[in-house]
Design a protein. Structure first.
Lengths: 402, 111
């Protein structure tokens, strides 16, 4: 059994490379594919082999998905909030450091979660029962705080406008009968809009250096990892909470810090939310994302020994994720500055547009165009792009409050 | 944090993880009950938890890692008691509620 599981972790890690690095390819897609062919696979393989693949893939994905976000400007739901600080570092020739920061956040978030496991097994059911009714109010207060944090009245109004218009778009998009509405919406708001801005500003990616310049104090690291672990846990405990909302909460908990620490926070949230999905599967029998839902369907209810196995797989996969991410970050750093960035941006826009059309059709294309148009506004009026997360926040706040 | 420090921590964690995996893999069992497919034949072993007999049918709650309901049609004599450890060969099917149960063809008491 040991060698089977070890092999499954390696296979899962390979899948995680593909899903992490390729924009638009999600772990849920691969997990759903594995589920659909599981009756055939289970004639030859133990179900533990299959779930080990899915878990390893899911964890490695959370590490590697920063690479397209940073170097290609193609974020997913987990990395959208980090795109501005990572892009800023890329333009300083420090793309590798940006990915390294995200990897630090991911791995330390994973380790922190595993170390806090005994407490989490008690805390998760308690938090789920007692805080669910207040999460809408908490998010509303956080949103108000972030809008009011803008320095001038004019910027506060623009921030409110961004929140409102993206929020209305989010409500309308979720109300449409569209498969995977998040993909065109987030790609437009945070990916394509940023790429269009880069093309219009004739951005040139400078030579990337493999550096270790950015200093992080132990206190800053502790605060950020703690905030990321706490916020990431809420994603798995409460329905309707996504990594974006967790990032907003987490940034409020961290308080004033260097902008690049935000990348560490987002990295932690992404991986912690995945690990916590496994914890909530065991403690409250809820699967909070697609790949974990597939695990639940394959294995049913899990006992303590299975849970320990799953956590061990997560630890090993996390370590593999670090090595893989650093490896691919070096490759991307060497290659990216040799490429004509405008042509690269256009190619990525075309690729993402093609994927959006393939998965969501003409309606998805319309949403992509609308979201891209809205996503360009923050850069023009010089307010934070995070307000565009109203597309997810407003529907979630209304879901909890109403 | 330097990249080399991060990689050293990862190497340590991966070694710890592999050692843990080696020990946990010896003990973990996967629940079979949920994985029986309709119309497939299986041989299952377990302890009889409860027996319910009617004129034509005997229902057995078989305790393994998960509980499984076994249905025996009384085409041959059965002498089974609660607590018997048995091996049953049969075919999986769904009951009225859509739950998987095993229609037993052969039963053998092991102890």
């Amino acid at each position: 059994m040991f060698w089977e599981i070890f092999l499954a972790i390696l296979i899962g890690s390979c899948f995680g490379i593909i899903t992490g690095i390729t924009p638009g390819v999600h772990i849920n897609l691969v997990a759903a594919l594995l589920l659909s062919i599981s009756p055939i696979l289970m004639k030859y393989f133990n179900p533990i082999f299959l779930i080990s693949i899915i878990i390893a893939m899911s964890i490695v994905h959370t590490f590697l998905d920063f690479i397209p976000s940073c170097y290609l400007g193609a974020p997913d739901e987990n990395t959208a909030m980090a795109i501005l600080p990572t892009h800023a570092l890329l333009l300083q020739g420090k793309g590798f450091e940006a990915v390294k920061l995200a990897t630090i956040g991911s791995f330390l978030g994973l380790i922190t979660t595993l170390l806090l496991l005994p407490a989490m097994l008690i805390a998760v059911p308690w938090i789920f029962e007692n805080l669910e009714n207040y999460i809408g109010i908490i998010l509303l207060l956080v949103v108000c705080y972030l809008i009011l944090k803008e320095p001038e009245i004019k910027k506060k109004l623009w921030a409110f406008f961004m929140f409102a218009i993206s929020g209305v778009m989010g409500i309308l998009v979720f109300g449409m009968n569209m498969k995977d509405p998040l993909f065109p919406m987030l790609s437009g708001l945070f990916g394509v809009s940023m790429l269009i801005t880069s093309i219009s500003q004739k951005v040139k990616i400078p030579e990337q250096r493999i550096t270790n310049d950015l200093e992080i104090s132990k206190l800053e690291m502790f605060k950020t990892i703690f905030a990321g672990t706490f916020s990431g846990s809420l994603v798995s405990i409460f329905p309707g909470m996504g990594p974006a909302q967790a990032a907003i909460l987490g940034s409020t908990l961290v308080g004033k810090t260097k902008e690049y620490m935000y990348i560490v926070l987002i990295g932690a949230i992404g991986t912690v939310s995945m690990v916590f999905s496994l914890i909530t599967l065991y403690t409250i029998d809820k699967a909070r994302n697609g790949s974990i839902l597939v695990v639940q369907k394959l294995i049913g209810q899990i006992d303590f020994s299975m849970f320990l196995l799953i956590m061990t797989i997560a630890l090993i996969a996390g370590a593999i994720g670090v090595f893989l991410t650093m490896f691919f970050a070096r490759i991307f750093s060497k290659v990216i500055s040799k490429v004509n960035y405008a042509i690269l941006c256009i190619s990525i826009i075309a690729f993402v547009t093609g994927l959006v059309f393939y998965f969501t059709g003409f309606l998805g294309l319309f949403v992509l165009c609308l979201a891209s148009a809205i996503g360009i506004i923050p850069g023009l009026v010089n307010v934070g792009r995070n307000h565009a997360m109203g597309c997810l926040l407003l529907p979630v706040i209304l879901y909890f409050v109403l | 944090m330097q990249e080399s420090t991060l990689l050293k921590i990862c190497l340590l964690c991966s070694i710890i993880g592999i050692i843990l995996l080696y020990f946990i893999a010896q003990y973990v069992k996967f629940p079979e009950g949920n994985l029986l497919e309709e119309d497939q034949s299986y041989t299952v072993k377990g302890t009889i938890g409860r027996i319910t007999q009617t004129n034509k049918v005997t229902f057995i709650d078989l305790q393994k890692e998960d509980e499984l309901t076994v249905v025996l049609f009384k085409t041959y004599p059965v002498d089974l008691h609660q607590g018997d450890y048995v091996e049953i060969i049969g075919k999986a099917s769904k009951d009225d509620k859509g739950e998987i149960q095993l229609i037993g063809n052969e039963v053998r008491v092991i102890k």
